[in-house]
Design a protein around this ligand. Structure first.
Ligand SMILES: C[S@@+](CC[C@H](N)C(=O)[O-])C[C@H]1O[C@@H](n2cnc3c(N)ncnc32)[C@H](O)[C@@H]1O
Length: 244
C-alpha cells in the first residue's frame, strides 16, 4: 500500500458530523494526556511520531518551545510543511523503524514523545521493541510519553458497526493473547493492515522504563458530551508516563 494513503484522512475526519464529533473526542483525549503529563509546565522539545499532516504536532506548541513532527509519508510531510503556521515546528519525513532515518532525532534531545495511532502500525513484537528503543534513545532524563492507541473496544462488533457509519471498514483476521490483527479501509482507500495490541501488553512493555498510567477516557467522553446520543465504548486509550 502506498505510504500516502492517509492523504485524505483530514477530509475523512470532517466528512460527516459524527466523524467530526468522534475525532474531536480523540483530539480532546490526546490533549488531556499531554496536559496531564506536563502538569502546567512547559517543556523544551517535543516530537510527535507518525504525525500525519502535523495537526497534533502543531498543537504541542501549547506545552513545548520546539516541536518536531516525524512521519514516513512524503505527501503528509509536504502537507504539514505547507501549513501557514510553522512557528516553532519542524517536519521530517522518515520511518520510525529505520535507525538511520531516526538518527536526525538526536539522542537525549527530547522531553516529550507523543504518538497517536502509530503503535498499531508496528506489526511484530520486534518492531514494538525497536520503536521503544528509539523512544528511549531520543528522550532525555525525566522525559515523558503520551500515546493514543486503539483500546480493547476497538475490535468489538459494536465499534465495527459504528465505524461503518463513518465509512470506515474493518475486518479482524487473527487474534493472539498479545494482539488482534486485521485490515481496514476508509472512504474506499486500499485495504491496509492494522495490529491492535492489547493496551496492557503495551503498558507492560513500557512499564520497564516508564511510570505508565492510562487516562479515564470514558470520563473524558462524558465531560466532552460524548457522541451525540450514539452509545459506544471509547475505542481507544491514552497511555502516559514519565521515564523512571
Ligand atoms: C492514523 S494516521 C495518524 C496520524 C496522526 N497521528 C493523527 O492522529 O492524526 C497514522 C500515521 O502513521 C504514519 N506511520 C505509519 N507507520 C509509520 C512508520 N513506520 N514510521 C513513520 N510513520 C508511520 C502514517 O504515515 C500515518 O501518517
Amino acid at each position: 500500500m502506498p505510504t500516502d494513503s492517509w492523504s485524505s484522512y483530514e477530509d475523512f475526519k470532517t466528512a460527516r458530523p459524527l466523524a467530526t464529533t468522534y475525532y474531536g473526542l480523540v483530539r480532546g483525549a490526546f490533549e488531556a494526556g499531554v496536559r496531564r503529563i506536563c502538569n502546567g509546565k512547559r517543556v523544551g522539545k517535543a516530537v510527535d511520531l507518525g504525525c500525519g499532516n502535523g495537526d497534533f504536532a502543531r498543537g504541542l506548541r501549547a506545552v513545548a518551545e520546539n516541536v518536531v513532527g516525524f512521519d514516513q509519508s512524503h505527501g503528509l510531510i509536504k502537507e504539514a510543511l505547507s501549513h501557514p503556521d510553522q512557528d516553532g515546528v519542524a517536519f521530517i519525513q522518515g520511518n520510525v523503524l529505520d535507525e538511520a532515518a531516526m538518527a536526525v532525532l538526536r539522542s537525549g534531545d527530547f522531553d516529550l514523545v507523543t504518538a497517536a495511532w502509530l503503535h498499531n502500525y508496528m506489526h511484530s513484537e520486534k518492531d514494538q521493541h525497536q520503536l521503544l528503543r528509539e523512544i528511549l534513545r531520543m528522550l532525555g532524563a525525566g522525559g515523558c510519553i503520551v500515546f493514543l492507541i486503539p483500546g480493547d473496544a476497538y475490535t468489538s462488533v459494536r465499534t465495527q458497526r459504528f465505524a461503518a457509519e463513518l465509512h470506515w471498514r474493518q475486518a479482524w483476521l487473527k487474534e493472539t493473547p498479545e494482539y488482534t490483527r486485521g485490515v481496514f479501509s476508509f472512504e474506499g482507500s486500499p485495504w491496509d493492515e492494522m495490529t491492535v495490541w492489547q493496551p496492557l501488553w503495551l503498558a507492560q512493555l513500557y512499564r520497564r522504563h516508564f511510570s505508565v498510567e492510562f487516562l479515564d477516557v470514558k470520563s473524558l467522553w462524558l465531560d466532552q458530551g460524548g457522541l451525540d446520543g450514539t452509545v459506544l465504548e471509547p475505542p481507544y486509550d491514552v497511555m502516559i508516563g514519565h521515564r523512571r
